[in-house]
Design a protein around this ligand. Structure first.
Ligand SMILES: O=C(O)c1ccccc1NCC(=O)[C@H](O)[C@H](O)COP(=O)(O)O
Length: 260
């Protein structure tokens, strides 16, 4: 079983547990459920911001513990103050040490879009994302059928949420693309063997239709590559480990953006 299979197997159990614990009605009663959602596009294309989607990531399957000493408050508010266009907050507990409460905290403290970064396999999680204060959901082509992507994206749009589709290759892109998506993210990390190559983004850029925001995800560690990705047409840059591996991720992003 590869890591994605393990994550999905665990996620099925986690979602079943959540459904038993918190009903759809309860989710819809959340203080965040009936709110205006921030537009991913507006923030990503705002020239006063950096295009960086800055991630709060304590742990990962590829690196183990990255940083479990910092708080959502200190990191996400520093990311936003440094010009991040959006925040990405992991909610997977088992493999990333994330919590749904992290998204709620990030939402409460910040006024830029928040991506709920998780492995979405069930419509329940889409409704839950809205209820915990997320503005953007992630749909990963490698773990979903085109029909599942269509259904979850259309549910998300009906709730006013922004949808980011993640692909790793042309085949995933071509089979998964649909009009309910806002953004296409190219993940530079091969989730089966953890190898990383930003070349994946450069190769796929020209295949992503212009009506979608283009995001490059993972393994971005310097501003030169961001300049090249911008030239290739990318609007957004999802960065986690490069900031989180530092004792002070807020200082790391402040230093990083000076090079843009
Ligand atoms: O990061 C991992 O090891 C990982 C393993 C298996 C599935 C997903 C994984 N990461 C999720 C992500 O997409 C990244 O957290 C995100 O793109 C940021 O990447 P990075 O800047 O390299 O931390």
């Amino acid at each position: 079983m590869n890591i994605l299979d393990k994550i999905v197997a665990n996620k099925k159990k986690e979602v079943a547990y959540s459904k038993n614990r918190t009903s759809y009605t309860k989710l819809e009663e959340s203080e965040y459920f009936h709110r205006d959602v921030y537009s991913f596009k507006d923030f990503l294309l705002d020239e006063n911001r950096t295009g960086i989607i800055a991630e709060f990531k304590r742990k990962s399957p590829s690196k183990g513990i990255i940083n479990d000493k910092v708080t959502v408050k200190e990191v996400t508010t520093a990311y936003a103050a440094a010009g991040a266009s959006a925040l990405s907050v992991l909610t997977d507990k088992q493999f990333f040490m994330g919590r749904k409460a992290d998204v709620m905290r990030a939402r409460k403290l910040n006024t830029i879009p928040v991506l709920r970064k998780d492995f979405m396999i069930d419509e329940y999680q889409v409704i839950e994302a809205k209820a915990i204060g997320a503005d953007i959901i992630l749909l990963i082509a490698a773990i979903l059928t085109p029909a599942e992507i269509q259904t979850m994206a259309s549910l998300a749009k009906s709730l006013g949420l922004n949808v980011l589709l993640e692909v790793h290759n042309l085949e995933e892109l071509e089979r998964s693309i649909n009009p309910n998506l806002d953004a296409i993210g190219v993940n530079n990390r091969n989730l089966a063997d953890f190898t990383v190559s930003v070349e994946t983004s450069f190769q796929l850029a020209k295949h992503i239709p212009d009506e979608f925001l283009k995001i490059s995800e993972s393994a971005i560690s310097n501003t030169e590559v961001i300049k090249q990705l911008k030239q290739a047409g990318f609007n957004g840059f999802l960065i986690g480990e490069n900031f989180m591996k530092e004792e002070n991720p807020g200082a790391a992003i402040r230093e990083f953006v000076k090079g843009l």
